[in-house]
Structures are given as C-alpha cells and as structure tokens.
Design a protein around this ligand. Structure first.
Ligand SMILES: *Cc1c(COP(=O)(O)O)cnc(C)c1O
Length: 421
C-alpha cells in the first residue's frame, strides 16, 4: 500500500518560478500585464511555431486568465452571435462548449471516431450539410478537442472547414505540446486554445492563452480581453469587453514552467509507454495509443478501456453508494446528489476498478461524459455514432505526469492485475 496518494496529474514546479515572480514584485508589475506576460507569450510563440523539417510558423499568442476565456474570445472573434450554431466535439470537458452558451448561441455536438477518440470528420460534414438544410444558415465555427492530449484528424477537419469556409477553433487545452505531422496543435485552425490550469501539461496556477493567426487578430483578442476600450482620455465603450488578461504573477509561473515543459512532456510519454508495456498481455484492457505515425500525443492523461466481459472484483457492488464530494478532487464545490446512478455512466467493472485503485491510494477517473448526454444540453442538436458513449462506458484515466514514477506505474498495474477476477 502506498503511503503517498498517486494523483491523476499534479502541477510540478521547475524551481525557477519564484525568480520570475520575485522580479514582478521587485519591479512593481503586480498587475494583469507586464514583462512576464510578454516574455511568456514569446516563449509560447517559440514553442508552438516550431515545426519538424519546415520553416517555423508566425502565429501570435495572447495570454488570458483561463482556457475557458480563450474559447469565449475565439468565438467572439469568429463572429458568434445569439441564435448562431457552433459545431463542437461532444466528447470533451464542458469548457469547450459552455462559452458557446455564454453568447446565446447553440452548441451542435459531433461524436468521435474510434482512432483518436476525437471529432469524426464524416459526422462533421454530415452535420454541416444537415444544419444548412434545417436552419438555412452555416454554423459559425468548428471546435475539435485534443482529448487527453491526443491529436484530432486535423487534415480532414481542415479540408472540410475550408471547403465550407467555417473557421476552426482548436481546443488544445489538454494538448499542449502534442503534434500532428510535426506541427503543434492549436496552429492549424484560425485559433488555438491553451490552458494552464493547475492540472494541465503546464500550469500558471490558473490561466490560458489563445494562439492567433496574426498580429491584428491578436490585438483584437487583447482588446476584448481588456474591456474593449476606445482611445479617448476617458473610458469610452463601443463593444462589450471582458476582464480576461493574465496576471504578471501567473505569467511568472508560466515562464518557470516553460523551462521544464519538454522534460514534462517526455515524462508523460514514458509513463504512457510503460503502461502499454506492462498491460500488453492483460486480456480485456487496452491503452489509448497514437493511432498512426502522424499523431504525437503529449499523453497528458493515460486512458485505458475495459472490455465489458472483464470481471473486476466487487463489481456487483459498484454504484451501491451515493458518492459524496467530487471524484478526483475537482476544484470548487459539487452539488450533493440524491442518486448513485444516472442513465449514462461507466460500466460496473470500470467503477469497481476506480474504487479499487482509490482504496490502494491511486486516483483514477472515468473518461469525460459526452456533452450530448449531459442534462444541461438535453435540447442541443447532436450528431452521434455511439463511439463517445461507448468510450465513456468502458474507459478510465490513469495517473500520469511528473510526479508519477516508473515504480508508481508498476504499482498501479499490479493493483489493476490483482483486482481482475
Ligand atoms: C481545461 C480545459 C479547458 C479550459 O481551460 P481552463 O483553463 O480550465 O479554463 C477547455 N477545454 C478542455 C478540453 C479542457 O480540458
């Protein structure tokens, strides 16, 4: 039994963060702008613009207070207005779709394909045609999501998006450092969303960024992020803006994190490879892997699926008790629930394995519940093929990240094996 709990993914400091924060205090830049923000933006630009065997790109990055804010502002920049529709991957965290509703627009959910688990290009095109037929209008944007860091089929998605002339907002919040054909996620579409929340690939304690196609678009995003002011000597407003800029203190953490990002990503990949190696002969469990040579996932989280026939000890008792508090230590509070089950949930063997890992002091979590199965989106249109629902029923996220040692992975795999009946 481990004395120290093994968490899904914890922020890990490089040791240099305090230097940059101290600099902010020493120079009195304790505000939502300043030298750390500018320097962090440059670091991010250098990181996302580099390409294998090709000249670097020239994308601009604007640092914001959260990845959710980045999604919100990208939608505004794509002209999303009340009554519009936006096509978004259903298999995602709620922050991909919630900002669509902030704008009074409607998310239209697109299911996943089996290889990457991300947006199915065929369903995407079918949805575009059907929305145009049903509403007489084109959807305003397309949001594919790099779930657990895995790249989406961006070449196919971009081909469709270009043909219908619909801008793509890449949600790379979980995919910082993931590449497709040697190019960073977030740089293929019109905009790319990054998140630096406490549990993401790198952290600024809380924060995000938007990758923009050029200087003009970046300035427009920055303008919206700083309350949309006109240049008069007094406050003059001709559009609604937001207070979404990143603080100079947070950016100092980000600069420190950038000194170790390559090492962090390499570690996530090592951990994933070790899970694959140790679980390869275990019948009924499969690790999510890069589906082809064009994919290079950061493996932010390591995900596995369990065959429904696989028997896990105690699965007959799964879901017998109402869960109190948030599974996986989600930030903030959760509403108390009165039932132990919903009409769409992970299979009993997955829940039993989560409970067994928890008892062994290992945090595991079900895959994200598809948005088209969320009660709050019951009225949103959805184009489905059953893939994300099946993955949600059978999948589980295992710990990854800089704090998870190779010994930890061996321990976790032993716990899994010991709980197979
Ligand atoms: C974390 C996350 C976001 C939002 O980022 P925050 O910085 O937490 O606001 C958006 N999309 C996905 C898929 C995420 O996982």
């Amino acid at each position: 039994m481990k004395k120290e709990r093994i968490y899904l993914c914890l922020a890990h400091m490089s040791g240099r963060e305090m230097e940059f924060i101290k600099e902010a205090f020493d120079t009195n830049w304790v505000v939502p702008m300043g030298p750390n923000v500018t320097a962090f933006e440059h670091d991010l630009e250098a990181f996302v613009n580099k390409r294998e065997d090709k000249a670097p790109l020239d994308k601009k990055v604007v640092c914001l207070s959260a990845g959710t804010a980045a999604v919100h502002l990208a939608l505004i920049a794509c002209g999303v207005k009340p009554g519009d529709e936006v096509l978004v991957q259903s298999f995602t965290f709620c922050a991909s779709s919630h900002p669509i509703t902030y704008l009074g627009a409607t998310p239209v959910f697109i299911d996943s394909e089996r290889e990457s688990w991300n947006m199915d290009p065929e369903l995407l095109e079918a949805a575009i045609k059907d929305r145009i037929e049903k509403t007489g209008k084109k959807p305003k944007a397309i949001i594919p999501v790099a779930l657990y860091g895995m790249p989406y089929q961006i070449d196919k998605i971009m081909e469709i998006a270009n043909r219908y002339e619909i801008p793509v907002i890449e949600d790379g919040a979980e995919g910082f450092g993931s590449m497709y054909n040697g190019q960073a996620l977030g740089t293929f579409g019109e905009y790319g969303v990054l998140s630096f929340n406490g549990n993401k690939m790198i952290t600024t304690s809380g924060g995000g960024a938007l990758i923009c196609p050029d200087e003009d678009k970046a300035r427009e995003i920055l303008w919206y992020a700083t309350q949309a002011r006109e240049s008069y000597p007094y406050y003059q407003h001709e559009a609604i803006g937001y207070n979404y800029r990143m603080s100079n203190i947070c950016a100092g953490i980000g600069r420190g994190q950038m000194t170790v990002v390559d090492e962090h990503i390499a570690h996530h990949k090592r951990v994933q490879a070790l899970y694959c190696e140790l679980l390869k002969d275990v019948k009924g469990i499969s690790m999510h892997q890069n589906p082809g040579p064009e994919y290079d996932s950061n493996f932010w989280l390591c995900a596995a699926t369990l065959d429904s026939e696989l028997k896990i000890k105690g699965q007959e008792n799964a879901y017998n008790a109402v869960v109190t508090g948030a599974v996986g230590g989600a930030a903030g509070v959760t509403h108390a629930v009165s039932t132990a089950v919903t009409d769409c949930q992970p299979n009993a063997n997955v829940e039993a394995l989560r409970v067994a890992l928890d008892a062994a002091n290992v945090e595991a979590r079900p895959l994200w519940k598809p948005m088209h199965k969320q009660p709050v989106y019951r009225n949103a249109p959805a184009y489905t093929n059953g893939v994300s629902e099946e993955l949600f029923a059978t999948g589980i996220c295992l710990p990854a990240g800089p704090y998870v040692t190779e010994d930890d992975v061996r321990y976790i795999v032993d716990v899994i094996k010991n709980n197979i009946e």
